[in-house]
Design a binder for this molecule. Sequence first.
Ligand code: UN1
Length: 503
Amino acid sequence: MELASLTSSLLATLGVEKERFDGGELAVRSPIDGSLIGRVGATKRVATDAAIARAHDAFLAWRSVPAPRRGELVRRFGNLLRDHKTDLGTLVTIETGKIRQEGLGEVQEMIDICDFACGLSRQLYGLTIASERPGHRMMEQWHPAGVVGVVSAFNFPVAVWAWNAMLAWVCGDSVVWKPSERTPLTALACRALFERACRGMSEAPAGLLEVVTGGREHAATLADDERIAVFSATGSCSMGRALAPRVAARLARSILELGGNNAAIVCPSADLALAERAILFAAAGTAGQRCTTLRRLIVHESIADTLLERLRAAWRRIPVGSPLDASSLVGPLIDPTAGAAMDAALAEAKAAGGKVFGGQAVIVRGCEDACYRRPALVEMPAQSDIVRRETFAPILYAMRYASLDEAIALHNDVPQGLASSIFTRDLAEAEHFLSASGSDCGIANVNIGPSGAEIGGAFGGEKDTGGGRESGSDAWKGYMRRATCTINYSGTLPLAQGIRFGL
Ligand code: UN1
């Protein structure tokens, strides 16, 4: 079936009306074959303003609905995702080009965060704190923050939005979502499913989810708007650099999840068969287009020849092809610009003394207008500028080390600080890597690759990655405001710090 008709039948099943993805000014193309799969309207400035106003009104009502009832809405949404996992997962594949397994995995990640958020809706705990004054009690309360603006990227078009939106909703917030202009169709599908979840739940006000479609200027509008209390953005470091100062200028809160330049250190004691499998998934999976993709390999010199030979053998066998074909492990890059960026990075690596293996363009029959590349493995003499930059493509740079201190120094010597891993069977090496003087990333793993995190942990990273935390653990606190409350039941008025003040 043609991708356009497959897309429209999936959208119809998911409840999206035809006029929403037909006839608008934004052309949506599938990276699978470059064909047109929809036309979405760009939200006008006045309509964006009205959407934020509706979201703000929704917040004013929603904040007083008991949190477990808010969790019930998220539970309903999660059940609809279960019912439509295959449809939405296929749409993710068509719109992003990720393979079917990963499209389904992305929807599973949404279902998981729904479960997590639903449980969380009964656990938005505050502390009780010992007061220094007699007859006083101190406590913390967590209250809804307001409207959460979510700007999401093409590579995880729905899961990362779900990390934000599910927490926001159970926390009593409303959401205005600006999806990537490359992936608005999956966003429309999520909105349709969410509207279905809201039906039959009288407490759910209209405006809990507003979707605005468009480009950078739409993201900037959200960043600038006083009514957006929390601005959560996922994307490149340059996008973060452009938007974060605008949010800071109005003293509002940002949650930033920006670029990664994730590395793995492979130690002499590592289980090489396990490391090889982990490296393959982390470096080549999602065609190298995860923020957590493995981009740098730091291998002990005693095992480097063996491991790199094994990896070259694996790289030679990676099936590149249409992501709808069950035998493909690597699908297309998002667009020709991404392919050109990959080619330019490989040329720069070569000029810096790199030995490039793979990376060639692949012509997939019937998909000649798309951009397929073989994953590249590049042995580098040093961590040169190109290695220190994030190229959003399947390029793995390999370097050698002699001492673990040297490896960790190399590991941390990049601007980004998202995900990291070490492969070792030596406990002391593993602990050193996880310690304060080890990996400087927000995610540090032992004997698994840097990508494919579970939703239960807080997700995000340091340095140019932006410092934000989303998803599990106590990331929910970023979507609420904290009130420190002191209650005096003593009948007298002792002042803190023993101050005496009175006539
Ligand atoms: C991203 O690429 O922005 O850990 C998110 C992972 C996924 C999420 C990636 N769970 O790779």
